[in-house]
Write a protein that binds this ligand. Structure first.
Ligand code: GLP
Length: 243
């Protein structure tokens, strides 16, 4: 079931998502969180860091699993999601390396190795609380349109529109945006206990309309979420403008 909360500004919406994450950790200090990257979570992570530093919750026992990572970008590459996470969350919270996980994304045989990420998640008891952003074309993680609903962690080829949307992170150089990423699959995401999807800005209005108003279809990967029992969509007014 999908619940929807709409806030006037992206900043108010981000604050609400941070509150939900903190409530989760307060209720279960050893929570396993699924985390996202992109522009949407930045204000959410800033809020979480501020409140953890202020003593609101103890974060030491939290374990995190990120949704996706570009194939071939090392942790030290400023364009990698690993670098982003270290900059915005892991570093500021002083998280130890054994408490955070990124999908396997370097080295040979990635297609064979990728599903082991699902096993690692299961070995940690599964994801309690999953944060998602949403792509303009309705992708979640890097599950592009057409991805089967029963997919596990896998190597995904990025669509042209997704690479264009993410080129801003590569100084606008589309050629520098990797063609592939390793992403949790849709079934991996659906196994989480609670899912919170954050959608901020007018560019997300089409995807949110499809997700909330039309029947589920692999053409809009996020629509798989309509089949999950606990999904909360936190949107600002711009993203909710077509609902
Ligand atoms: C990328 C990520 C997604 C993210 C999406 C939206 O493609 N793989 O996990 O949700 O972009 O990003 P943004 O928040 O920057 O709009």
């Amino acid at each position: 079931m999908i619940e929807l909360e709409i806030f006037q500004t992206a900043s108010d919406a981000a604050h609400r998502v941070a509150e939900l994450a903190l409530e989760q950790v307060a209720a279960r200090p050893a929570s396993v969180l699924g985390l996202a990257t992109g522009s949407t979570p930045i204000a959410i992570y800033q809020d979480i860091v501020r409140q953890v530093r202020a003593g609101r919750v103890v974060w030491d026992q939290v374990t995190t699993f990120n949704l996706d990572e570009y194939v071939g970008l090392c942790a030290s590459d400023p364009h990698s999601f690993t670098y982003y996470m270290q900059q915005h969350l892991f570093g500021p919270l002083g998280m130890r390396k054994q408490k955070w996980f990124m999908p396997p994304h370097c080295g040979p045989d990635l297609a064979q190795i990728a599903p082991r990420y699902d096993q690692t998640i299961a070995d940690h008891g599964g994801i309690d609380w999953q944060l998602l952003g949403i792509g303009r074309n309705g992708h979640i993680g890097f599950n592009e349109p057409g991805t089967p609903f029963d997919s596990l962690t896998h190597v995904a080829t990025l669509s042209e529109s997704t690479r264009q949307a993410n080129a801003a992170w590569f100084d606008g150089h589309l050629d520098d945006v990797p063609q592939q990423a390793v992403t949790m699959g849709l079934a991996t995401i659906m196994a989480a206990g609670t899912i919170v999807l954050a959608a901020f800005g007018e560019s997300k209005a089409w995807a949110l309309e499809k997700l909330l108003k039309e029947p589920p279809t692999p053409a809009v990967p996020a629509s798989v979420l309509t089949q999950h029992p606990h999904v909360l969509v936190i949107a600002d007014q711009a993203a909710a403008s077509r609902i």
